[in-house]
Design a protein around this ligand. Structure first.
Ligand code: NAD
Length: 336
């Protein structure tokens, strides 16, 4: 059985589908900080399989111990964490408490239960102002904000753990920008926090919830002057987790890999793709760029391909189509 922390969230819920469809029973935990239980009900509906669930904060050691003693857990995928932009500048301690302290508490529980296989959700944020594009795992790490630093600290802690006991088998997955939704339109992104992704705001404009989209900067050294980032379909990302987990189980060796498409899309390209798939105009305004933003951030995903054969397959139009289907089928997200 695979313990999935943060299972009700955006990436966690999509990964639960992939796990169940590939025959891994799932034990899900979440404290609903940024999600709702409805996501998992829909995961069960899509897969026609049950998910064991406990409402649990990853900082609650007593409850974690009980969960580890009640179930036979073979491996853990650790998504639980907080990431809202803006908030992390005003509340850094909360970020360190959940993303660092929560990860330490979870690892202590794994250690006591003798569970050694674990995947950790890390982030391209780690690369800060990436010096080159595409960026490889060996690039210099320089997280530029408390969120990135909290993810980096957790990575460092996990590396120290492996150094102290090589029986640990830990896979660190550095995600680029997940987008899209499950093609059924039944699950997708429904955050309680303030999201920081263009797909969310483009959909809000297309749905008439916002008048226009704001683009920060059209004077970057890129082809159309707007920032270029690596986007990958959330189902490709979900598949990457299960491929990585299978590799951990068969090879027993840890790794750190980028999970990105290896393709860069500019802000204007995304707007045009959204207009194409929705048939609706997405008006936008240009504001001056935010300080210290990176012009181009694209993954070199070749290590994930060589280790476990993973490659992102979905196109930008598929990401926009699936995202839009989710938004139109669920105008209030998971709320009825
Ligand atoms: N979405 C992205 O762009 C992105 C990029 C890189 C890395 N990540 C990382 O991937 C992970 C999942 O991200 P997501 O986009 O699915 O976010 P999300 O907010 O949708 O999911 C995170 C889940 O963790 C839960 N959670 C938060 N604090 C918790 C706690 N103390 N105990 C138990 N559960 C808790 C939330 O309720 C939520 O369901 C996070 O760790 C995030 O840092 C996300």
């Amino acid at each position: 059985m695979i313990l999935v922390t943060g299972a009700c969230g955006y990436i966690g819920s999509h990964t639960c589908i992939e796990l169940l469809e590939r025959g891994y029973p799932v034990l899900a935990i979440d404290n609903y900080a940024n999600s709702s239980r409805e996501a998992l009900f829909r995961v069960e509906e899509i897969t026609d399989k049950g998910v064991a669930f406990h409402q649990c904060d990853i900082r609650d050691r007593m409850l974690l111990n009980r969960i580890f003693s009640d179930y036979s857990i073979d491996g853990v995928i650790h998504f639980a964490g907080i990431k809202a932009s803006g908030e992390y500048l005003s509340e850094p301690l909360r970020y360190f408490s959940v993303n660092v302290g929560g990860t330490v508490t979870l690892m202590q529980a794994l250690s006591d239960a003798g569970v050694k296989h674990m995947l950790y959700s890390s982030s391209a944020n780690m690369y800060g102002q990436a010096e080159s594009a595409p960026v490889s795992e060996s690039a210099r790490l320089s997280a530029a904000n408390p969120y990135g630093r909290s993810k980096l600290m957790a990575e460092v802690i996990l590396a120290d753990l492996v150094r102290a006991d090589p029986n640990w088998s830990i896979g660190v997955l550095r995600y680029f920008n997940p987008a899209g939704a499950h093609p059924s339109g039944r699950i997708g992104e429904d955050p309680k926090d303030i999201p920081n992704n263009i797909m969310f705001y483009a959909a809000q404009v297309a749905a008439g919830e916002l008048d226009k989209l704001t683009i920060f900067g059209d004077d970057y050294p890129t082809e159309d002057g707007t920032q270029v980032s690596d986007y990958l379909h959330v189902m490709d990302l979900a598949r990457g987790h299960v491929d990585a987990l299978a590799y951990l189980f068969t090879q027993g060796k840890g790794f750190t890999v980028n999970l990105g498409s290896g393709k860069g899309y500019s802000v204007l390209e995304i707007i045009r793709a959204f207009e194409r798939v929705t048939g609706l105009p997405i008006p936008y305004e240009i504001k001056s760029r935010k300080v210290a933003d990176t012009p181009v951030c694209i993954a070199n995903p070749s290590l994930a391909t060589s280790l476990f054969g993973w490659k992102a397959e979905h196109t930008l139009d598929e990401m926009c189509t699936d995202y839009w289907r989710w938004v139109t089928m669920n105008p209030n997200g998971y709320k009825e």
